[in-house]
Design a protein around this ligand. Structure first.
Ligand code: FAD
Length: 410
């Protein structure tokens, strides 16, 4: 399933970014982070590749393994660093055969010790060119297609994410120019944008406005990194050219030697940014977890609490079993041949949503709470995790259906 489709399902989409361990080290930190955050039912997991020039390997394999383990979309970040177009095509085939359906297309940071990005002689200079190559593959245009006259091959169907920079990319001094470069990525086929982190919500909102003004009409997802240390925020700010608002900076300077106070200041600041982003209509948030669960967990707990409160407020009618029957009717009447399991799960989610729209003012959580929990025996909804219950129920119905139609898949 294309990750971008998740943004049109009428629910906030929370996704998690993890990064591969150093070459030779274990996956424990990633697994611990995800095990801790899975109860919040993240929509998908993004896996970085060689960020800040680290040149770590394993991104594609990790994405494939996590998709298998957790059953949700996993999106490898894919850079142009040291890759020819042929290398790129071959690696995209690795993804296709590993059933990876989305790619985060990036130019990449220069490898450590190198100041400037140097494109591979047979590769790409900008991410927009990589996006174009992926888009061409999606249309069945492989490298051989231009060499061998009758070369025909199946098109791929990758969803494509790209990076955006609310504070501007450090190499492009003119923010208007930088956003025009973002538009080229969108015109070349990107489906959604995840932004670099920022410390001021207004900067993000202005960026979204400016993007809209020049015709960028795909989802723009704020990237948020929960932090708790003075040195960390200062390093990130300097390294990535991200301004710290004066008010926050003054507070940080006043308490710079008090680790607990700094932790609290940063936690409150990030949480208040996230709440404001969601209030202002952001389609979701991508959390840069840094392979540590605690910061993201605190924020998700709070956001889910608020969602739950909003859902409960807008209940309109008494519970009945019409919507459940309707949900199951639709689910079982579909023809699922030729669809993969994740696609079927998405259809079930859609159908729950359709019933919720009809009977519960669009409130899937309420539908689930009122009608499905008892039926499948999962007890009352945990107010802290309304979304997770919803996804859990979809999963249960999905498993039930999967069992019923086992022969179809065998
Ligand atoms: P591009 O979009 O190609 O832009 C690079 C620079 O070129 C910009 O300054 C842009 O303005 C300029 N430019 C673009 N097109 C043109 C043009 N036609 N003419 C002139 N100038 C142009 N890096 C990693 O190495 N691994 C990762 O996993 C990773 N994950 C990331 C995740 C997110 C959410 C973000 C925001 C960034 C990530 N990065 C990662 C960092 C990224 O690779 C760097 O910021 C890199 O320097 C630029 O990559 P890009 O894809 O944005 O490049």
């Amino acid at each position: 399933m294309k990750a971008s489709e998740l943004y049109s399902m009428g629910k906030p989409v929370y996704s998690l970014e993890v990064f591969p361990p150093r070459n030779g080290e274990s996956m424990d930190a990633i697994l611990d982070t995800l095990d801790n955050l899975m109860p919040f039912n993240p929509a998908f997991i993004s896996i970085t590749g060689g960020a800040l020039g680290s040149l770590r390997g394993g991104t594609i394999a990790i994405a494939a393994g996590l998709k298998e383990k957790y059953g949700i979309e996993c999106i490898p970040h894919f850079t142009c660093v040291n890759k020819s177009k042929q290398d790129i095509e071959n690696l995209l085939m690795e993804m296709k055969f590993n059933e990876i359906e989305n790619v985060f297309a990036l130019r990449g940071d220069p490898p450590m010790g190198q100041k400037e990005f140097k494109p591979h002689p047979q590769g790409h200079r900008y991410a927009s060119e990589l996006v174009k190559q992926i888009k061409l593959l999606n249309e069945g245009e492989y490298i051989l297609s231009s060499v061998e006259k009758n070369y025909k091959a199946s098109p791929t169907n990758f969803g494509i994410a790209v990076a955006g920079y609310p504070n501007g990319h450090p190499e492009c001094l003119d923010r208007d120019e930088d956003i025009k470069h973002l538009k080229i990525k969108v015109d070349n086929g990107a489906d959604y944008i995840v932004t670099q982190l920022f410390f001021d919500t207004e900067v993000f909102l202005e960026f979204v406005e400016n993007a809209k003004k020049i015709g960028i009409d795909i989802p723009i997802i704020p990237g948020v990194m929960p932090m708790d240390k003075y040195g960390q925020i200062k390093f990130v700010s300097k390294q990535m050219g991200i301004e710290i608002p004066k008010k926050l900076n003054d507070k940080l300077e006043s308490y710079k030697d008090d680790n607990d106070a700094i932790g609290k200041i940063l936690e409150e600041h990030t949480l208040s940014m996230c709440k404001k982003l969601m209030e202002q209509g952001a389609p979701g948030i991508q959390f840069f977890t840094m392979d540590k669960p605690e910061g993201t967990k605190k924020i998700l707990q709070e956001l889910c609490k608020e969602e739950k409160a909003m859902a409960t407020k807008s209940v309109t009618g008494p519970s009945d079993f019409k919507s459940l029957n309707r949900a199951l009717e639709i689910v079982f009447s579909k023809n699922y041949e030729n669809k993969n399991l994740l696609e079927i799960k998405a259809i079930i989610n859609d159908n729950l949503k359709e019933c919720a729209d009809k009977y519960y003012n669009g409130n899937v959580d309420v539908l689930v709470e009122n009608e499905l929990c008892d039926l499948i025996g999962i007890g009352p909804v945990n107010p802290e995790h309304p979304r997770s219950i919803y996804m859990y129920v979809a999963e249960k119905i999905f498993k039930f259906y999967q069992q019923k139609t086992y022969n179809q898949f065998a």
